[in-house]
Design a protein around this ligand. Structure first.
Ligand code: ATP
Length: 299
């Protein structure tokens, strides 16, 4: 079942086209990554899903409802964490957590206390005294302690230190195990890579790729380093082989996903002694895509 369905979503700010026919579908129980460069349209998409912004055209459904019309009912069933959290300055962190969490459907007190400990937050301090990272923790704890079906997280770990970022990852894994759905926008590609079942890449208001990491890896190249007993010849004529360097027994190259099989078979003719291959990371993929989009050819 789809928890979020977006079809042909278009949004203008004045004359600026921020979203250009965006399609996105998030299934129940998945952690879905939403990545793209600054200004690509991630926050705009999420704000439309939250009913905070009005679309110009297209269809949007969240938990079966219309986020603009059914905002009150939907906000009891979802939790949102923005990248830049503003809190009531004179309330304590604990008071804000309770306030935010009560606005939503259910709220688990023991889970809340456990999260305060795990995120090492002092909930007695006034919000005006919190650093950015601590404000972020307040919003995260309030969201994670809520008994909701959908979590919409817009760069939720900006400002968190690496230890807390690891805690965040554990919490998302727990949510997923509980069958909840997460839409996560992040610039931290390692975080997306570690957590997300599927990913969409948005660029200049358009979705440019969607798929699992494995599917997206097919779009890019594997780096291979091989040592052979006899010097390799003839590899440069293969389709899909790039950046070839042969140095006696050592050869390095990168290879397109669909050329791996014939290339590996060819290598065996030269008596392979050692071989290492490195899978492309999401970062390689993202950067390659970004370079292609800006008109340079990716190597
Ligand atoms: P970032 O990663 O920097 O947060 P983003 O992917 O979330 O970026 P958006 O904030 O959705 O991007 O912005 C998409 C486009 O819409 C950008 O060109 C931005 O300049 C423009 N934009 C966003 N908000 C407004 C606004 N209130 N008025 C006018 N233009 C806006």
């Amino acid at each position: 079942m789809s928890v979020i369905q977006i079809q042909n979503l278009t949004k203008y700010y004045g004359k600026t086209l921020a979203l250009d026919s965006v399609d996105l579908e998030v299934e129940q129980g998945e952690v879905f990554g939403f990545i793209g460069p600054n200004g690509a349209g991630k926050t705009t998409t999420l704000r439309i899903l939250l009913g905070l912004l009005r679309k110009n055209a297209g269809k949007v459904s969240v938990l079966g409802g219309d986020p603009w019309r059914d905002a009150v009912a939907l906000h009891r069933r979802l939790a949102y964490v923005p990248g830049d959290v503003n809190l009531w300055p004179s309330l304590s962190g604990g008071e804000v957590i309770d306030l935010l969490a009560r606005l939503r459907g259910g709220f688990d007190q023991s889970r809340r206390d456990e999260l305060v400990k795990r995120f090492a937050l002092d909930p007695t301090r006034q919000c005006r005294t919190y650093s950015k990272g601590n404000r972020q923790k307040v919003a995260l704890i309030a969201a994670l302690a809520s008994d909701v079906e959908l979590f919409i997280l817009d760069e939720p770990t900006s400002g968190l230190d690496p230890l807390m970022e690891a805690t965040f990852r554990e919490c998302v894994a727990e949510i997923k195990r509980a069958g909840k759905t997460v839409l996560l926008s992040s610039h931290i590609l390692a975080e997306v890579e570690a957590l997300c079942d599927r990913i969409s890449i948005i660029k200049e208001g358009k979705i440019v790729e969607t798929g699992t990491l494995t599917e997206l890896r097919h779009l890019t190249r594997t780096s291979v380093s091989v040592k052979t007993r006899r010097q390799i010849t003839g590899l440069s004529t293969f389709q899909g082989v790039h950046n070839l360097t042969v140095d006696g027994a050592s050869t390095r190259f990168s290879v397109d996903a669909d050329a791996i099989n014939p290339v590996m078979q060819y290598l065996t003719k030269f008596d392979v002694m050692a071989l290492t291959s490195t899978l492309p990371t999401l970062e390689d993929l993202f950067l390659r895509h970004y370079e292609l989009q800006t008109g340079e050819s990716a190597q």
